[in-house]
Write a protein that binds this ligand. Structure first.
Ligand SMILES: *Cc1c(COP(=O)(O)O)cnc(C)c1O
Length: 388
């Protein structure tokens, strides 16, 4: 059949040599993947089992990133979502039904709390919030209809490190699954499955992405039945991920070790410097004894990353804390963390039940890759704003 030029635009026979072996995973863009014959066409989401069926369930670029995160976390299956919050939502929507009860630490990532109290509550799921330092005491809060216990270690902003093995033992005794938000450890500084966790999630946006230029989330499990529930839910929720973002995350993985170790060292120096400042009441860095649950960090973690909080001594007004934040020149103000730029945010946790009485005096820092010396000088020059 001879082809007109219009047809050649779509069905080309142009040839290129085969066998290019790049060190980088190619970016496979595509909604459609072709089937060899009509009889094998199917819409199953588990492409590891069935072969490629549809781009929404993962292109090779996405599946490679998922498999690598699963390998790092020693899980058996990893599913990617368009962001960390999407990963949280997927876990809840896949695992829960009307009438179920779930437990969350009062230190949980705030959008997770909001998902539970504002959306899941409408579907008949009841949440209970617990002290992140509760440990085996969680037993007393488990009801007959409790399905999931969320953990996050360290907790958002207030940085409590949890006794995960104790919580997991109590949960498993009552046939309850344990989920961990493992973003702070980048999935590598805390071995979640070894400590009894059933489901881990990460905001890949943070340390794996590492450069503040992508949004992705991951859910990793060992259990095949949980994987089937998650995969089936993801299919009907219609959440796919961008192969370009996955390609950036694959690049991020290659430098994760060197970035994390530089950030760890710098963050520890800055945290120790802050601990000696007169204005500072407490440094909430898991590797410092002043952090609640520090003993569990010491027992269970392989290192620390670069996000921690400070609490100022009573005195400065909210406006003065804002003036301190605004007075910083290298630390930029913004959400998310884990990139190369140092960030700062102040919070008022006064009105959230179950959280320590730090009110407007808590400030969270994300340490990036600038010179530690310059970052300390920046903090130092803005401290007088607390009294201005
Ligand atoms: C950032 C973050 C998330 C959400 O990730 P996004 O990719 O921003 O949606 C969830 N949990 C924790 C602990 C986070 O820090």
């Amino acid at each position: 059949m001879t082809k007109s030029w219009q047809t050649k635009l779509i069905h080309s026979e142009a040839k290129i040599p085969e066998g290019y072996k790049s060190l980088a995973t190619p970016v496979f863009r595509g909604s459609t993947t072709l089937f060899p014959s009509a009889s094998v066409v199917n819409d199953h989401w588990d492409q590891h089992k069935i072969g490629y069926t549809y781009g929404l369930y993962g292109t090779p670029t996405a599946l490679e990133l998922a498999a690598r995160i699963g390998e790092l976390e020693s899980g058996r299956h990893t599913i990617l979502m368009p962001g960390g919050q999407g990963a949280i939502a997927l876990i809840n929507l896949a695992m829960l039904q009307s009438g179920d009860h779930i437990l969350l630490p009062s230190s949980v990532y705030y959008p997770n709390r909001k998902l539970t109290t504002q959306l899941l509550a409408r579907f008949g799921v009841t949440p209970g919030f617990y002290d992140p330092l509760i440990g085996e005491g969680i037993s007393a809060l488990i009801q007959d209809n409790t399905r999931l216990i969320w953990t996050e270690s360290p907790g958002s902003l207030t940085m409590e490190v949890q006794d995960i093995p104790a919580i997991a033992a109590a949960a498993h005794a009552r046939n309850v699954k344990v989920v961990l938000g493992n973003t702070w450890s980048a999935g590598v500084l805390f071995d979640a499955f070894d400590h009894g966790v059933d489901i881990t999630m990460q905001a890949v946006t943070k340390y794996i992405g590492g450069h503040s230029d992508l949004l992705l989330g991951s859910v990793t499990v060992r259990d095949d039945a949980i994987y089937q529930r998650l995969g089936a839910a993801r299919q009907v929720l219609g959440c796919g991920v961008s192969p370009d973002d996955c390609s950036l995350a694959l690049r991020g993985l290659q430098t994760l070790a060197v970035r994390l170790s530089a950030i760890e060292k710098s963050a520890l120096q800055i945290a120790n410097w802050l601990a000696d400042c007169l204005e500072v009441e407490r440094v909430l860095h898991p590797a410092l004894p002043s952090c609640p649950g520090h003993e569990f960090w010491k027992r269970d973690f392989l290192g620390s990353s670069g996000v921690f909080s400070i609490v100022f001594k009573p005195g400065p007004t909210k406006e003065q804390v804002h003036a301190f934040v605004d007075g910083l020149k290298l630390f930029k103000i913004g959400y998310s963390w884990g990139g190369v730029t140092s960030l700062v945010n102040s919070y008022n946790i006064g009105r959230i039940p179950g959280r320590p009485p730090y009110e407007h005096r808590i400030v969270r820092l994300n340490i990036g890759l600038e010179s530690t010396h310059d970052l300390i000088a920046d903090l130092q020059q803005s401290l007088p704003n607390l009294r201005a």
